[in-house]
Each structure stands twice: as structure tokens, then as C-alpha cells.
Design a protein. Structure first.
Length: 154
């Protein structure tokens, strides 16, 4: 799927309320979950112990919620690209939710829309993009987050 391209940060303002598209599907395997556990120190059995997890509430291991959220940084450039910038930065996030777990072996992708875009005092355009992380063949999303980025014109 091709990314939605904005030739400069100003164009983001006209796209408020419009869908931007979706990323590619990504399979969540146990190796990725284990690497995230190593990086964060979160070794809870529902994530890293496949044998015990078989008897748990999900019947298998599940991805950490924050792993799912962190993948938004992988999905965003696949969905939206802003040209004509000196730099873009992650400024923060609002309204983070994890409506459904991501079982190991699932495929997820991001779907995005711009919910606001405005000038900042330091000359950037600040865009709030709602990313819904979808689980293939699931009615409920894995994660919904309003990611805030600042784009500084070249």
C-alpha cells in the first residue's frame, strides 16, 4: 500500500478528518515478543512462557501492549510521509487504549487518520494522528493511540 504523501507540513492542515490509509500486515512472532521482554524487563508469563500461557486466559502468549504501541513507529512511515521538512519528531501521545490482546502468530497493521494539525510557536506543524492497530480477522483493535508529531519545515 502506498503512503499518503504531503509535499510540505502545511498540507497536513487540509487533511484533518480524512483517512490516510493502512500499513502492511506484520506477523507478531514469539521472537519479537521475547526481544521486547528483554529490552523492557517485562517477562510476565503471559508474554514469554508458551507452555504456561496455553493454560492461561488467552490460550497462548500475547504481545505486550507497549510492544503493540511501539510498532506505530514502524507503521506510520508506511501510511504517511511529509516532505519538505528539516526534521520530524515524536512529540507524544494521547488516549492510548488496548481493546484486545494480540496472540502470538497474529498479523497486525496500522490504520490512520489526521484528527488535528496546527502551527506551533516554534514554527512547526503539530499533527495528531489516530492510529488504530488492527488484528487480522478480529472485530476489536489491538491498540488505538493518538500520536502527536511535529514537522519542522525545511
Amino acid at each position: 500500500m502506498a503512503a499518503t504523501v504531503f509535499e510540505n507540513p502545511e498540507e497536513l492542515k487540509a487533511a484533518v478528518g480524512k483517512p490516510l490509509g493502512v500499513s502492511d500486515w506484520l506477523e507478531i512472532d514469539q521472537k519479537r515478543i521475547d526481544l521486547f521482554a528483554e529490552a523492557t524487563g517485562d517477562h510476565q508469563w503471559i508474554h514469554v512462557d508458551p507452555e504456561r500461557a496455553k493454560q492461561g486466559p488467552f490460550g497462548t502468549t500475547i504481545a505486550h501492549g507497549y510492544l503493540t504501541q511501539s510498532l506505530v513507529n514502524l507503521f506510520m512511515p508506511q501510511i504517511v510521509q511529509v516532505r519538505g521538512i528539516a526534521m520530524g519528531i515524536n512529540y507524544g501521545a494521547d488516549r492510548l487504549r488496548f481493546p484486545a490482546p494480540v496472540p502470538v502468530g497474529s498479523r497486525i497493521r496500522g490504520r490512520a487518520e489526521i484528527i488535528s494539525a496546527e502551527d506551533t510557536k516554534d514554527g512547526a506543524v503539530q499533527a495528531k494522528v489516530r492510529i488504530t492497530v488492527e488484528i487480522e480477522n478480529s472485530e476489536r483493535p489491538a491498540c488505538v493511540v493518538d500520536a502527536i508529531s511535529r514537522y519542522y519545515p525545511a
